[in-house]
Unconditional design. Sequence first.
Length: 402
Amino acid sequence: MALGRLGEAVHASVAALLDAHPEPWPDDVEPERVALSTLLARLDQPVPQVVAVGLVSRGKSSLLNALAGRPVFAVGPTHGITAWPHTLRSDWGGRPVDWVDTPGFDDAANPEREAMTWAAVRAADLVLWLTAGPPTPREVALWAELRRAEKPVVIVLHKQDRFPDWRPADLRAALGIGEDAAVTLVCSQTLPEPGPPAGRATLRVSPSHLADLHTLLDSLLSQPLVLVHLLVCQRRVLRGLAAARIAACQGTAGRLRGGYLLLRGITLGLGTPVLLGLALSVLLDLGYGRFLGRLYQLPFTSHGGELVWRQLGVNLGLVGLGWGLGLPWTDPGMGWGISAHLVSLALNLGGGWLLSARMAVYLQKGATWAVDGPDYHLHHLADALPFHSLLGRFCRALQVAE
């Protein structure tokens, strides 16, 4: 699917989602709905937002000044010059880009600045995470938090002039980042400003030492970053709506489950002939799944049903096992007696209970994997992007996490 047509399909899908669910939304989904509406408006004129994050004095402002081509973001010889997020729009190869500077994560004197930084991360399409030298325990924890934010991340090993022996492979090992992970590492260096003030020297970024980062951004900023961000947000919204719908139907679903288990116990746990039992198991399981799907109003899809089909097979095996326990040769001298029927009943009820739990999970995933769902579109988008590109790996990583 061409990216132009894919963008149109995603726009129509998100617009239909917002129209089909008038307010009020569940409280835990409402922030995502607002973000989704904002992203849908941005898709008409997709200007990517690139946010620079890191600990205090990692050189975020200096790096963004070098990328923007002019000294817009304040820098200085003391810690914590950036007090709140700042945004600058500039031209990058004929395309507009919004650069977002943020306070340091570890500004202990101003803890509210960290909340502002995370808000900027959630709104961004691409994250530049600046580190310098071996990571601190705080940076190790930050990496885990960034992964949960579901953002494509470029890790910039900054100030390499100060840590010449610290290489990307060392950081990968320290953070446990695999070679195929949806993250890219690049190096950059700094130079002292001529005539620095007394005390700590003010540093600037040498443009000649940003060649790798420039090349990477040339590729990334020409790709549909805003579209991917929109799909990730849509996926979170659909998951939240599906979970809320399942919770709202919990009472009815419980009664449906009870009736299904009762029928399964009566028809399969009391010595039913094996062939009839196998046929009844298939009919009961498929019928239960269909009724549950109608109750939740969530789509069945061809993706993610492996556990359900596996459980259907297990249930057939349990029917055969229950029949085997009831054979005449198992009764005399084996101590089974009437307990064979009780064991068969327990096995079949257990199989039915597991199927009911897996059906709810399967249908919830179907909300995102339907024909117009975000996972369906992310799958096609990953195929359209260069295989080894950061954004392509990011889209595929989302599929693996599913």
